[in-house]
Every structure is written in C-alpha cells, then in structure tokens.
Write a protein that binds this ligand. Structure first.
Ligand code: ADP
Ligand code: MG
Length: 236
C-alpha cells in the first residue's frame, strides 16, 4: 500500500486505562490512515473513545498494544507538525488572548510582531479578534474554545486534530469555526480530523467515521445507525 501523503497510521492501536477487573478499554484495536488533504469527522457518543483516539494520533498517549506511526513527518509529532484543539480548557491563564494565540510561533522563534499579526489574523477567522486583550478568565467557554482553535491555526501544523471544537458553540458560530478549520487546512495542505457528536458539524466534512464503545469504524455510520432498513428492499 502506498504511504504517499500518510501523516499518521494506526495499526490495531489500542489503549486501556487501569488494570485488572476495573480496566477500561478506551480504544480497541483501531486501524486507520490520515493523509494530507483528508477532511474527517469522527462522531460517537460521550465515552466512546474519541478523545483517546485523538491523543493517540497526536502521540500524547502511547498505545497499550498495536502501533501508531507518522510516516509523513520527519520527526515525532510536536506543536509545529500536529496541532491539537483540546476538548477542555487549555489556555495559559497569565497570558492574554493574543499572547496565547501567538505563543506557538514565539516558541518556534518567530519575532513577536509577526507572530502577533498572524495570531490576530487567525483570531479574526473565528470571530475572536475583539477578545485579543482579554485574559482567559474573562472568556466564556465558547470564546475560549474559539481562541484554542485560533492558536492551532496560527501554528500552521501539517495535521490538525480538533476535539469537539464546537461543543460549546451555537450552530452558526460552530459552522464558522468549522469553516475556519477547513479553510486553513486547505491553505496549508494539511490533514484535518474533527470529533463531534453533532451530525450537522460532521456533515460539513467530506468523510465521516464513527466510534462506538471504543471501536473505530472508518467510513460513514452503518445504515442501521442512521435509518431503519426498508422492508421493501431498496425499491429499485
Ligand atoms: P470520548 O472522548 O468519546 O467521550 P474518551 O476517550 O474521553 O471518550 O473516553 C473513553 C473511555 O475511557 C471512557 O470510558 C473514559 O471514562 C475512559 N478514560 C478516558 N481517559 C481516561 C483516563 N485518563 N483514565 C481512566 N479512564 C479514562
Ligand atoms: Mg472526548
């Protein structure tokens, strides 16, 4: 099989938390490939393993069995290559919104004025430029979520992994955030994976995968998940 453009590959990658009778298998042997240009939504109920899978893809978790590799990256994933929008709070409390957004660029050695300009552009993409001088504690959950998205966009990674980035947003704002993720991934030629339990959000991405009880199913949800089978067959 060709490895061209494969940013990350899972081969029967599993992650178990704990041991013995109380062990929880968060992800059962997941196998998948994500390439530059992919636009993937992963849907699934709470507790189905979406966050754990994203953390495996980002090398933030190590698989208990199986393997995760990054054939298209020269080095192990880091903030410059794989950008993660975390599901929970992730902004640095002592930095304002513009500084938080520019931080990955400043850490990578970019001069501060240029980093700030790119940060403000990315904040604008998610309608958050007016929040530039605010501290994280002054933001609503939805505003903080948009800033976390802008921070990943600013870093210009090759793979963007966004964990329920619209979970605290109304449908209009959520759509705008998804549009910003897709537009930036397009501009960078990056891969994009978004977890969500909102079917409206999932449908904005080209490809739909699903998770149930830790089992990843690359491809659209099975027909019985979305509609009952027709008693007349498919009627053709
Ligand atoms: P989702 O993102 O779909 O809600 P998660 O990946 O967060 O699912 O969780 C999958 C399962 O793994 C859940 O049963 C959860 O309780 C468990 N889990 C997740 N993280 C941990 C952890 N650090 N320690 C123990 N159990 C965990
Ligand atoms: Mg989650």
């Amino acid at each position: 099989m060709s490895t061209a453009g494969v940013l990350v590959r899972c081969r029967a990658a599993a992650r178990t938390y704990g041991a013995g009778p109380t062990a929880v298998v968060a992800v059962h042997g997941a196998s998948c490939e994500i390439r530059a240009g992919d636009r993937i939504a992963i849907t699934g109920p709470s507790g189905s393993g979406k966050s754990t899978l994203l953390h495996l893809l980002a090398a933030l978790e190590v698989p208990t069995t199986g393997e995760v590799t990054w054939p298209g990256l020269a080095e192990k994933p880091g903030p410059k290559t794989v950008g993660v929008v975390f599901q929970g709070p992730s902004l640095i409390p002592a930095l304002d919104v513009a500084e938080n957004t520019a931080l990955p660029l400043v850490l990578a050695g970019q001069p501060e004025p240029a980093a700030r300009r790119r940060a403000l552009d990315c904040l604008d993409l998610v309608d958050a430029a007016h929040l530039a001088d605010k501290l994280p504690e002054e933001l609503s959950g939805g505003q903080a979520q948009r800033v976390a998205v802008a921070r990943v966009l600013a870093a210009a990674p090759r793979l963007i992994l966004a964990d329920e980035p619209t979970g605290q947003l109304d449908q209009g704002t959520g759509s705008r955030v998804i549009d910003a993720l897709v537009a930036t991934a397009d501009a960078l030629g990056a891969g994009l994976v978004v977890t969500t339990h909102d079917p409206h959000v999932a449908r904005r991405l080209r490809e739909q995968w699903s998770m149930h009880d830790g089992r990843l199913q690359p491809g659209p949800p099975t027909p019985q998940d979305s509609q009952p089978p027709s008693p007349q067959g498919d009627g053709q």
